[in-house]
Every structure is written in structure tokens, then in C-alpha cells.
Design a protein around this ligand. Structure first.
Ligand code: SAH
Ligand code: SF4
Ligand code: F3S
Length: 480
């Protein structure tokens, strides 16, 4: 993992505990729940905590207090899995001390390894995939009576729409709402379609209900989550269908992502709406116009490009060319002149030449991304790339290319931030800054973090902040 100016160049988070502060009826024990990976996994942990709380398990802050430990795991890159293995080996000592302790692995690594997990890691009692969380209490009960349990069935329909995720960690100001699950894209490097199953969209009514309840509870920012939010399409439930295959009735009642954005933005002008992740192939002008029409839809798009070279993009099965991506960026610049853009980059994908790597650098420079998440290609078992191509770029070359990409991005991030000096932004106050209790931090619409002396501001308030100075990671300013 690379650190640049106190920012971690890896969007996957690691090993954070999920704690619920609600009372639990008929308490059976303590659950320690630790999450890894993307926001969707963290959002799932809130569902898991909710399901377990209903069944008598209170969440605790530390593994030492627990009767049941769940690790909600990520499989996106080799190092994500190594972190989980390391954590499991740390837990061995605890399990020795407390033989009744139950250890479960959930999430993407559980789904990828299935029963094999039980053979490979002897301390694991329970292996549960992302679509089987409703079954957790029953599985825990069965495991208590001595047998190990596995449920890794993927579903075409499960969206946990009716489960009220309990807001656990977080700041009480911004929350995530899953609007869809799974992914049908089959990018050749990616394990997600295998670990999360087929794409399905969640009932917009249940999304709206959750968003309204959050707003009433004091939240001021929601982020709509999905692996490919632009392909969100509701037509009454069930597995995904293409729009053109819907009946006339289904078409009339259908809700696409632009519609959903508008619906959530209408809840209140005081509620900010964000979303992630957009797919360059599916990002429509309709979505960009919906963003332009509402001040409270934040002007920030995470638009992963992966590579700036059309041949590599085609090997990656991304479904767009360099030119197509540039056209989408131009549309963003035209329709949303003040919109910030970030991206994901993979260096050293199979057969990538030096010239092709330079295409990535030139595209980055052209697009002037405000921020990037940058990775070395990590071959994942059973993915199309693993089956069809050779992971032939030497580790040193991958690293050298990654370093170049990171240096370029750091320079561009700093330039982008410098341009903001002197400007005044509306900032939603999230809470005290990490470095000083006298400062607050919050984001502007463009998703840039701004730190400023507290003054009379309150958490959850919108304030105007003038930017005085910056680093490549943060804007620093004062209330006006
Ligand atoms: N659905 C999102 C991305 C989800 S994974 C999208 O399509 O953009 C987040 C990022 O991890 C990806 O954008 C990609 O840059 C990176 N990633 C995925 N698989 C990877 C692999 N095998 N090796 C290195 N990086 C990978
Ligand atoms: Fe993976 Fe591609 Fe789906 Fe993103 S769109 S989750 S990279 S398969
Ligand atoms: Fe990781 Fe699964 Fe998310 S593989 S990045 S936790 S969808």
C-alpha cells in the first residue's frame, strides 16, 4: 500500500470494527464484526449487524469480548486476501483461550473460496457469502451445536430491501445506501461477478424510505452504492433485463438511475446526494443533466478508466475505447463545468507495453483527474484474464509504472487543489478534523475535504468556507 501525503492509495479499507449502539432483546452473546474492502462490504456489515441484533447478538468494539467473530472479507486483489489471512492467524491465540469462540468469514473471500476455507483455515467455523446473510442466525445456531457451516448460495433477487441497516460507525451525517447488488460486466481482471453474483436492482420505494428516514434522523448526505450505478433499472423486481426487453407496462413503470437520482434529490434540498461507481460505458447524458438540475446532487463523478489504451481496454473487456472515455469526460465538462472527476487505474495488465502505459499517463493528464485510486494488476483465480492471458508483466515493471502513475496523480491533485485557493465553497460539516480538535472537516460538492477552524459551526450544518491554502490531499480554509 502506498501512502501519499497522508492519503492511502487504495480505496479498499481494512479491518474496521462495526458497532451498533442499540439495545438487543433476549441477548445471546456478543458479536465482533470486522470489515474489509469496498463501501458495499461496509454497507453489508450494517445489514449483518441488523440481522444478528434481531437474533440476540450485540456488537462489541473488541474481538476479546466476543462470542462470535465475523470478518467481512474482500477478494479484489491478492493483498486484500493476505490481510484477512493475517488477521485469522492473529485470532488463533484468542480461540485457544476461548474454545467456545465462533469465527465466521463472510463476504467476497468467503464466496470465492467456499468450503475450501474450512480446510485451509482450521479455526474458521462458518463460511457465508454475500447473498446468504439472512441465514446467519440459523447457521450460528447450527455451528453452536458443533458442526461447521457453509452457505455461499448466490441469489438472482436478494437485495435485503426490507432490512433496515443499523447505522453503526460513521459520523451520523453521511450514510451509504445500496441500490443494487452484483455485477454483470465481466471485466476480465475482476473477481466481483464471481463473488457477488448477477446484477439486480433494489426497489426504489425501499431506497426512498431509507433515504427519508436517514434525513429525518439528521443525516445530510447519502451515497447511492452499486458496482455500476448507471445500469440501475427497476421494473418490478427479479433478475436484470435490458430495457428493450421490458413489456410496455414494465417500461412505463420503470425507474432508471437518472430517475432515482432525481427522486432522492427531491427529498430535501438540505440532503446531499452522491453515488458510486459509474461505468464509462453506461454513464448517460440523462444522468449528467439530472445532476445539473439539482444543486444538492454533488458535482463529483468517480469514473474508473483502468487504462488509457484501447487495445488494453479491450483485453480488459471494459466495453469502451480511449476515444469513448474521452467523449464521456467531454460530456461531463460540457454539462457540468464545475464537476470533479476521479478514476481507478491498473498498471501492468497482461501484455501491456511501455507505449500503452504511456497512453494511460497521457489520458490521465488530458482528463486532469482530481484524484485516482491506483493499483498494480493482481491476477485473480478463475477470472477470464487468468484463464485466457498470461500475467506476464514483471513485478518491477508493474511497480515502476504504478510509481509513475502515482507521481503524475499527486502532481495533478496538487494543481487541482491550488486552483481552489481563494474560492468559497459550501461545506457540510462532518465533525472534528483528525489532526486538531480545534478544527472541523467537511467536504465540498466536489468531494474535496476542507479543514477549517471550528468557529460557531455545528456538525451537520452547511457552512461557507474560503480556501486559503492546500496540500495535494486537503484544502485548508476559514469560515466566511
Ligand atoms: N465496479 C467498479 C470497480 C470495483 S473494484 C468499476 O467497474 O469501476 C475497484 C477497482 O479495483 C477497479 O476499478 C480496479 O481498478 C481495481 N481492480 C479490480 N480488480 C483488480 C485486479 N485483479 N488487480 C488490480 N486491481 C483491480
Ligand atoms: Fe468488476 Fe468490471 Fe463489475 Fe467493476 S464493472 S465490479 S471492475 S466486473
Ligand atoms: Fe472487495 Fe468484494 Fe468489494 S471483492 S472490493 S469487497 S465487492
Amino acid at each position: 500500500m502506498l501512502i501519499s501525503e497522508n492519503k492511502v492509495i487504495d480505496e479498499t479499507r481494512q479491518g474496521e470494527a462495526t458497532v451498533l449502539n442499540a439495545e438487543v432483546k433476549d441477548k445471546k452473546g456478543n458479536l465482533y464484526l470486522e470489515s474489509y474492502g469496498c463501501q458495499m462490504n461496509f454497507s453489508d456489515s450494517e445489514i449483518v449487524a441488523s440481522v444478528m441484533a434481531e437474533n440476540g447478538y450485540a456488537t462489541t468494539q473488541t474481538a476479546e469480548d466476543a462470542d462470535v467473530i465475523f470478518l467481512n472479507t474482500c477478494a479484489i486483489r491478492e493483498n486484500a486476501e493476505q490481510r484477512v489471512r493475517k488477521r485469522l492467524s492473529e485470532l488463533k491465540a484468542l480461540k485457544k483461550e476461548k474454545p467456545h469462540l465462533m469465527v465466521g468469514v463472510l463476504g467476497c473471500m468467503a464466496e470465492r473460496l467456499k468450503e475450501k476455507f474450512l480446510e485451509e483455515e482450521k479455526l474458521v467455523d462458518l463460511v457465508v457469502g454475500p447473498d446468504a446473510y439472512r441465514d446467519l442466525p440459523a447457521l450460528v445456531e447450527r455451528t453452536e451445536s458443533g458442526s461447521k457451516s457453509v452457505n455461499v448460495l448466490l441469489s438472482l433477487e436478494e437485495t435485503y430491501a426490507d432490512i433496515n441497516p443499523v447505522r453503526l460507525t460513521g459520523n451520523g451525517i453521511s450514510a451509504f445506501i445500496s441500490i443494487m447488488r452484483g455485477c454483470d460486466n465481466m471485466c476480465s481482471f475482476c473477481v466481483v461477478p464471481f463473488t457477488r453474483g448477477r446484477e439486480r436492482s433494489r426497489d426504489p420505494e425501499s431506497i426512498m424510505k431509507e433515504a427519508r428516514e436517514l434525513f429525518e434522523a439528521g443525516y445530510r448526505e447519502i451515497t447511492l452504492l452499486g458496482q455500476n450505478v448507471d445500469s440501475y433499472l427497476w421494473f418490478g423486481g427479479g433478475p436484470k433485463k435490458e430495457f428493450k426487453l421490458l413489456s410496455d407496462e414494465e417500461k412505463a413503470a420503470s425507474v432508471d438511475f437518472a430517475d432515482l437520482l432525481k427522486m432522492t434529490a427531491e427529498i430535501s434540498p438540505e440532503l446531499r446526494v452522491r453515488f458510486t461507481t459509474s461505468h464509462p460505458r453506461d454513464l448517460t447524458d440523462k444522468v449528467l443533466h439530472a445532476m445539473a438540475a439539482y444543486d444538492n446532487i454533488c458535482k463529483y463523478i468517480h469514473l474508473p478508466v483502468q487504462s488509457g489504451n484501447t487495445r488494453v481496454l479491450s483485453l480488459m473487456n471494459r466495453g469502451y475505447s480511449r476515444e469513448w472515455y474521452m467523449d464521456r469526460v467531454e460530456a461531463v465538462r460540457r454539462i457540468l463545468p464545475d464537476c470533479a472527476l476521479s478514476t481507478d487505474i491498473i498498471t501492468g495488465f497482461c501484455t501491456e507495453t511501455d507505449e500503452e502505459h504511456k497512453d494511460t499517463l497521457s489520458l490521465m493528464e488530458w482528463a486532469a483527474f482530481d484524484y485516482s485510486y491506483m493499483f498494480k494488476y493482481s491476477e485473480r483465480p478463475k477470472t477470464p484474464a487468468e484463464r485466457k492471458y498470461t500475467d506476464d508483466i514483471p513485478e518491477e515493471v508493474k511497480t515502476a509504472r504504478l510509481t509513475e502513475v502515482i507521481q503524475l496523480q499527486n502532481r495533478m491533485s496538487l494543481e487541482s487543489n491550488k486552483k481552489d485557493i481563494g474560492k468559497v465553497f459550501e461545506v457540510l460539516v462532518e465533525g472534528p478534523s483528525k489532526k486538531s480538535v480545534d478544527d472541523f472537516c467537511g467536504r465540498n460538492s466536489q468531494n474535496k475535504m476542507i479543514v477549517f477552524p471550528k468557529g460557531n459551526a455545528q456538525k451537520g450544518q452547511y457552512v461557507k468556507v474560503k480556501v486559503n491554502t492546500c496540500t495535494s490531499a486537503t484544502l485548508i480554509g476559514e469560515l466566511v
